[in-house]
Design a protein around this ligand. Sequence first.
Ligand code: FE
Ligand code: FE
Length: 168
Amino acid sequence: MGIFTHDIKTMDDLFVHTLQDIYYAENQITKALPKMAQQASNPMLKQGFEKHLRETENHIRNLEEVFQKLGMEPKGVECPAIDGIIKESNEVASEVADKDVLDAALIAAAQAVEHYEITRYGTLVTWARELGRNELVAPLERNLADEKATDQHLTELAESRINRAAAH
Ligand code: FE
Ligand code: FE
């Protein structure tokens, strides 16, 4: 898709494009999470990343269910937004030496990822309903609920001792 090609003509096209965008993003996230788990020092944060890696693998399966219901092969389209969030996270992490400060940086980066996913799934749920494709809503809402719960868990970790430890 480029500026002059106008490949996205209808809401259906836009829905599929956004589905392919988040499919690509989820696949990139499965590659980023093991590294984040490895970098984390706090055991709860480490476990949180490992748990969310398993959930993310499930998100990919839920998206494949949506593609299947649309009669389409699962396919990703490059998503510069998620690539940028992950790249920035890697750059910041590589510059942090203190383990508590690194944990705070990892939480902040992970929350940027979750918020990106939340916007995408929120949009897809709304569009699926608008297009009358109610059979697509449930798998998308399952992913949305996981992302929101993960974001909430990260907020709790940030507000508890991790950030306090980093400040001292
Ligand atoms: Fe996800
Ligand atoms: Fe996520």
